[in-house]
Write a protein that binds this ligand. Structure first.
Ligand code: SF4
Length: 135
């Protein structure tokens, strides 16, 4: 299953590279409840993929704990939502359709590998993993 998630991310990254997307605010989107007031959601298969590559760092309030000095410390394992979101207003037109397309593909992976579909808040998922590892 993990290699299918990896392939999905490779396809997604290729599609994003083809877009005229610009990172304007440089990591502000990784501070949740901050500038954009948004949250990031992640599916179960993505959480599995993330766990195969990373360990959640200690919590850092409403910011992603993988954000280090303005850079993502989990780039290879970051979820589709991180890859797709750009604050550049010109990105609005393609982000929605791309999100729908790749969420559908992620849902198909849950069905194919008989994994219960979950779409949960990224920080909540990281906290759950952390708690489980400590217990
Ligand atoms: S995983 Fe990386 S890109 Fe995603 S919210 Fe965290 S620091 Fe930002």
């Amino acid at each position: 299953m993990l290699r299918h998630v990896e392939q999905l991310y490779a396809d997604l990254d290729k599609e994003i590279t083809a877009q005229p997307a610009a990172c304007v605010m440089k990591s502000l989107c990784c501070h949740f409840e901050g500038h954009y007031g948004h949250r990031l959601y992640v599916t179960a298969v993505e959480a599995c993929y993330y766990l195969s590559k990373e360990t959640p760092p200690p919590a850092t309030g409403d910011s992603c704990p993988h954000l280090v000095n303005g850079l993502c410390g989990a780039r290879e394992a970051r979820p589709a939502g991180c890859r797709i979101f750009f604050c550049d207003p010109s990105s609005q037109a393609w982000q929605g359709p791309l999100t729908e397309t790749y969420l559908a593909r992620l849902k198909q992976l849950h069905v194919r590998f008989n994994i219960r579909y979950v779409y949960a808040d990224w920080l909540v998922v990281l906290e759950a993993i952390r708690t489980h590892r400590l217990s």
